[in-house]
Design a protein around this ligand. Structure first.
Ligand SMILES: Nc1ncnc2c1ncn2[C@@H]1O[C@H](COP(=O)(O)OP(=O)(O)OP(=O)(O)O)[C@@H](O)[C@H]1O
Ligand SMILES: [Mg+2]
Length: 272
């Protein structure tokens, strides 16, 4: 059963942008085991939600369903009140493996995405928007002409994020985007993502999959723990205990929540 952790009252409550209703899912036919069963939750516009849970619990599957890359076996997912019918430019997706075409330069990769969203720009407008997107994620102009193989993992992931932000989706779906990076690069990209989100107007809605409790606490305003087929914990982090990199391991309330999250995650038996 889903439990809520001290959700405070908010004036001017934002609207629901994602509604997951009675969602069940299995890969394959009716006899295939259920991966997700009777999932229900809403995401408010501008929320930064992390899905946490053990390996194999269905985090990526749930994200793929919201992305429209899989169809629910039962139930439905609504975006702004309308059922998801497939992938769309309103949802940008960032995966762990960068998602850049290896035969195209970083600039060409970003331009390709821009062409989907803004089909009628001039050559110079595409270039300007691409360079803007690279700058936003802290990359300089030299990256524009480089192939992904000439970039470090952190640079590739910055490019992938630039590509997604460039098309201005209202929803960002991120599946362990920093999972393959070393600790220092990872911390830098976490900070970059927070800064990028802070300057967006209107605020982006982000769903971010991770199995790292500390990453979730640092990034998220709300954490949803997925257990065996179900949501087992759903907590909105009150503004007054929202951790920063500096306070993350000092604030007693954050440490309590951290312990609680770890306990919940470990309470499930792994499917591996
Ligand atoms: N394409 C597929 N076909 C069949 N089963 C799949 C497929 N993709 C995933 N699964 C199964 O669905 C379950 C959930 O997988 P999923 O990738 O969503 O888990 P996860 O929580 O993202 O795990 P991880 O943290 O390791 O990425 C697992 O048992 C997995 O084996
Ligand atoms: Mg996964």
């Amino acid at each position: 059963m889903t439990e809520k952790y001290s959700i405070g009252y908010r004036a001017n409550t934002p609207q629901k942008i994602i509604s997951v209703r009675n969602l069940s899912f299995s890969y394959g036919n009716d006899k295939s085991p259920l991966i997700l069963e009777d999932i229900n939750f809403d995401v408010l516009s501008g929320e930064f939600v992390c899905f946490l849970g053990q390996s194999g619990c269905g985090k990526s599957t749930l994200l793929r369903l919201i992305a429209g890359l899989e169809k629910p076996s039962e139930g439905e997912i609504l975006l702004d009140g309308k059922p998801v019918k497939g992938a769309g430019l309103d949802r940008g997706i960032v995966f762990q493996d960068y998602g850049l075409f290896p035969w195209m330069t970083a600039g060409e990769n970003i331009r390709l995405a821009l062409e989907q969203k803004f089909p009628n720009l001039s050559k110079s407008q595409y270039k300007e928007k691409t360079l803007d997107a690279l700058r936003q994620v802290g990359l300089d102009e030299s990256v524009y002409r480089k192939l992904p193989k000439a970039l470090s993992g952190g640079m590739k992931q910055r490019c992938a994020i630039a590509q997604v932000f460039a098309v201005e989706p209202s929803i960002m779906l991120m599946d362990e985007p920093f999972g393959a990076l070393d600790a220092v690069t990872r911390a830098r990209l976490q900070d970059m993502l927070l800064e990028l989100c802070a300057v967006q107007s209107p605020k982006k809605t982000v769903i971010f999959v991770t199995h790292d409790v500390d990453e979730a606490l640092l990034l998220a305003g709300r954490i949803i723990v997925i257990g065996s087929r179900k949501i087992i914990y759903d907590c909105t982090i009150p503004d007054d205990i929202k951790p920063t990199r500096e306070t993350q391991f000092e604030d007693i309330n954050v440490l309590r929540l951290r312990n609680e999250l770890i306990r919940r995650i470990n309470s499930m038996q792994s499917r591996d």
